[in-house]
Design a binder for this molecule. Sequence first.
Ligand code: TYD
Length: 208
Amino acid sequence: MFVTIEGPEGSGKSSVTKEVVKLLEKDGEQVVLTREPGGTPIAEQIREVILNKENTAMDPVTEALLYAAARRQHLKEKVWPLSKEGKIIISDRFLDSSLAYQGGARGLGIDYILEMNQFATEGYYPDLTLLFDIDPRIGLARIAANKGREVNRLDLEKIDFHDSVRQTFLSLAKRFPERFVILDASKPFDEVVQDAYHAIKHKLAQCK
Ligand code: TYD
């Protein structure tokens, strides 16, 4: 099963997901947690180029192509082989981040980014996508309060950009209702962990 974790900056998705992995492992599931952009050495090198704060001249299409290239490498080298072994693969961000950030917020268009990613993914979609929904004002305030977290090039975008990311994610959840589950990420941490855990367990029961 392939699960993707999506949401705006500071939604808490990464910390929540780490706790959910522990719960699934306690249940005896074999889980691999990975992330995009990255997840393999080559894709992590592409990540460094994309998120480098000095790369202010990066063209939006170049940015989208680099995310797609990192995605391709991640799928080929990690996600597809592991899914053949019957593992639960959970990826912190995937295709929908490209649709929301490059397609929506950068204005390149959802269908344009979908088509571009077709080369990378060969039409491979997640079984389940958890959308950690939160007002970006709350998310960005959390990041500012959490000094241990590094600020990247996309965190530095204006609030309109982040509002557009959120709205695009919500529109994607409407467009792909069969795989999206929306979680209220403004709730207390432990509650969000439980909501995410139950959504994955529910899907697992359907898949088995
Ligand atoms: P990261 O530090 O992992 O952020 P977060 O903790 O919020 O997930 O950086 C990933 C950044 O890349 C994040 O700002 C979202 C962005 N992104 C895209 O714009 N398009 C994509 O396809 C992906 C996977 C990420």
